[in-house]
Ligand binder design. Sequence first.
Ligand SMILES: *[C@@H]1O[C@H](CO)[C@@H](O)[C@H](O)[C@H]1NC(C)=O
Ligand SMILES: *[C@@H]1O[C@H](CO)[C@@H](O)[C@H](O)[C@H]1NC(C)=O
Ligand SMILES: *[C@@H]1O[C@H](CO)[C@@H](O)[C@H](O)[C@H]1NC(C)=O
Ligand SMILES: *[C@@H]1O[C@H](CO)[C@@H](O)[C@H](O)[C@H]1NC(C)=O
Length: 208
Amino acid sequence: MGQRAVVVELCSVIAIILLMSEGAIVRRDASCLNIVTRAEWSAKPAKQRDNITSLPVPFVILHHTYIPKDCNSSEECKEAMRSMQHMHQDLRGWFDIGYNFCVGETGEVYEGRGWDIQGAHAPRYNNRSTGICFIGDFMNSLPTPEMMEAAKDLIKCGVNRGSIAEDYKLLGHRQVRNTLCPGDTFYENITTWPHWDPLQDVVPVPKQ
Ligand SMILES: *[C@@H]1O[C@H](CO)[C@@H](O)[C@H](O)[C@H]1NC(C)=O
Ligand SMILES: *[C@@H]1O[C@H](CO)[C@@H](O)[C@H](O)[C@H]1NC(C)=O
Ligand SMILES: *[C@@H]1O[C@H](CO)[C@@H](O)[C@H](O)[C@H]1NC(C)=O
Ligand SMILES: *[C@@H]1O[C@H](CO)[C@@H](O)[C@H](O)[C@H]1NC(C)=O
């Protein structure tokens, strides 16, 4: 092999390595954004964790929190996560914060129950959906573009890691429960998102 051939060969090896690492970077950026972990928001331990037994899940369900109101700094959002965990665990008696993930106004994603664990956010759908909450009240205003982008990236991440089905159906909470969640203005917007499905599956809740 002449010197030139060696150089060409080396170049193609380098090109392949570059391509591979670029692929890896693109994959990480496009799919698995930074998620603020439970430890980072000082979550209390879950009382119980039930794995979702049939993966990937066919549904993604979007919520707004209504209360707490929007948080627009990392500290405020971590506090919002703690207050929701307190409300869900201590006042409602659930195992943990109900949602799988939440998104704050700055576009940061917070780990709730996380991937592949049954949430408590949409009765009858908890074992076949990923529940994502948008922290705030979106009856009369939209979440920030950063929040919407973050949620879309999170969903891509879920598809790439095999937690969410590639042909998933995107729903607003009100499509499966008699509720105004995720807010009129936001709901209207998500009906234009890829994968939104017009399913209507609200069952009457018996009066107690
Ligand atoms: C839940 O899934 C995790 C991760 O796959 C596994 O380590 C754990 O044993 C599972 N728990 C149960 C109760 O099946
Ligand atoms: C955060 O929200 C408060 C109250 O709505 C507002 O006054 C403030 O400007 C916001 N800060 C940022 C960085 O958006
Ligand atoms: C989810 O739970 C319901 C009961 O609430 C059950 O009928 C259904 O088969 C479960 N689905 C999966 C995928 O485990
Ligand atoms: C949904 O929100 C996006 C981002 O703010 C905006 O570009 C789009 O026009 C909105 N669509 C509707 C139908 O409100």
